[in-house]
Structures are given as C-alpha cells and as structure tokens.
Design a protein around this ligand. Structure first.
Ligand code: PAF
Length: 286
C-alpha cells in the first residue's frame, strides 16, 4: 500500500506538512474533486517542483451562481483518492465548508476590472469573486511555494494571477497545459455528465478551434470569428460565446497579437462546456 494521506482539518494538515521539516517545499493543486487525467498532470508537475504535493478537494459553494450546478457537481471522493494513490505519496486535503469559511472568516471583494466582465464573468455573475476567495484562503491555509492550475480555465488562471499579485501572496502560480482525449476533447470533471453520443458531438469544439487556427493565417480576427461560428453551428451544440482575445487583457482583438487565444463556451444539452486554444504563437514560443 502506498503512503497516502487524507486530512480534513487545517490543524492535521499542518502537522503532516511539518513532518518534513521547515525547509521542505509544498506544491498545491486546488481541485473540486471528480478528478481526471488533467488533474493528475497537475499533480505530476507539482511533484517535479516540490517536496510534497497537497491536493485540495473542496466543492466551493461560493463560486456556483446556480444552485442546480452546485447540487449536480460530481462528488467522487473514493475514486479521487484511488487515482491519487496511483501517483504515490500525495497529501489530500478535504476540508469542510466550516473549515474553509469559519465564523470569523471575512470575504474579500477584489476589483478584477475587465477580467470579471468578459466571457465567463458575463455569464456567471459572482463566480470569480468566489474563486478569488477560495483560492486565496487555500493558499493562506496550505502556504505552498507553487500553486498549479490548468490552462483549460484560462480566464480563471488570469484572475488567479491577478489576485496573487494584488495580495502579494508568496506562491508561484504554475500554469499547466490542457489535457485532451485523442479526439481533441478537453478533459474536464463535467465530462462525466455526458453520454458517449454527447462526447462525440462535443468534438465540434476542438474542430472549431483547429479551424480557427487555420483561419488565423488568412483572415482578420473578426472574419475568422464569423467563419468559426458558422462552422460551429453546423454541429448540434448551442454556442454561448466564442471570442478571440488578447491573452493578457482578455479583451477581444481586431488585429492579431502574439498569444492571441480563442475562448468559447457551449451547451451540450444540459452540460456547459468551456475550452480555449492559442491561435498565434506567443513571443516566448509557449
Ligand atoms: O478550477 C477549479 O476546480 C476551481 O475553480 C478551483 C480553482 C479549485 C477553486 O475552487
């Protein structure tokens, strides 16, 4: 049996982390559970950076703007623990709502500027304020040298970078690539709610983004967007937004810039899916 640790209280987590001595470094992988290959890649990256990896599993109620979404969010703790144990010595933190938000906890309200008004912000009011608060709290609880997040939630990553700088938190935010199935479909906890047919239909998301990559070589962003939306609408999913943005400001662009990215959200029947892809190589070649 591999050494596997599950902790529910901050006190017991701190005791465990202390066992390695004051100089050992910690990488934090914040999750809401329902783990998939994408999460495992984050954990592996964390293992390559730090002495210990803490994976938090906490379905944060304050970032759901629809109660139905919170109620339907998959909770698969046993499966998650098994998956993590396959990676070796991972510390798992599964705090209760009261542990994360004790009575004396005060929420912060951070002005995220444009970051909270575009894309997800427009369609999920209050969502990023919930994310800011829970990630800030988790970082303060775990005190990680590294905090790892997937590029799949591109806007979330931008918000977290902004939050970490704003509060001068002592952690390095490490972005990790999107993990895709061979079809191109991005790994996500929400995929568990899709039938095989729906997964097949949802591949239109990846196809559209690949099509956009080609269009980026020959059209302006607005022409490319129009053609991409037409292409997407040949499938059966319902598009919520498709946008081509500057990677820093997340503002829609009308001329191509390095790192230009498309971000989209669509409904596959009852499941809302998001994805994104870099369309023009960034200067650093990332
Ligand atoms: O990306 C997620 O799973 C969540 O938004 C996060 C970062 C764990 C905060 O609850």
């Amino acid at each position: 049996m591999k050494d596997l640790n599950v902790f529910t209280t901050l006190e017991s987590l701190r005791e465990r982390v202390k066992e390695n001595g004051d100089n050992s470094s910690v990488a934090l992988v914040p999750t809401m559970g329902a783990l998939h290959h994408g999460h495992l890649e984050l954990v592996k990256k964390g293992m390559s950076l730090a002495d210990e990896v803490v994976v938090s599993i906490f379905v944060n109620p304050t970032q759901f703007n629809k109660k139905e979404d919170l109620d339907n969010y998959p909770r698969t703790l046993e499966h998650d623990v098994r998956l993590l144990s396959s990676l070796g010595n991972v510390i798992i933190f599964t705090p209760s709502v009261n542990e994360v938000y004790p009575e004396n906890h005060c929420d912060v309200t951070l002005d995220l500027g444009n970051l909270e008004h575009v894309m997800e912000g427009e369609f999920r009011p209050g969502h990023f304020n919930g994310v800011v608060n829970v990630v800030k709290r988790l970082i303060e609880m775990v005190q990680p040298a590294y905090s790892l997040f997937g590029l799949k939630d591109f806007q979330q990553l931008a918000v977290i970078n902004f939050m970490v700088k704003s509060y001068d938190l002592d952690t390095q935010v490490v972005p990790c690539d999107i993990v895709r199935e061979p079809s191109g479909f991005a790994s996500s906890s929400r995929n568990q709610r899709l039938s095989e047919q729906e997964k097949f239909d949802a591949v239109i998301i990846h196809k559209t983004m690949m099509h956009l990559r080609d269009l980026a070589k020959k059209c302006t962003p607005s022409e490319a967007k129009k053609k991409a939306v037409d292409f997407f609408n040949k499938g059966t999913l319902e598009l919520e937004y498709l946008t081509i943005v500057d990677p820093e400001t997340l503002m829609e662009i009308d001329t191509w810039v390095p790192g230009a990215r498309t971000c989209l959200a669509a409904h596959c029947n009852k499941v809302r899916l998001i994805d994104n892809m870099e369309l023009i190589a960034s200067e650093l070649g990332a």
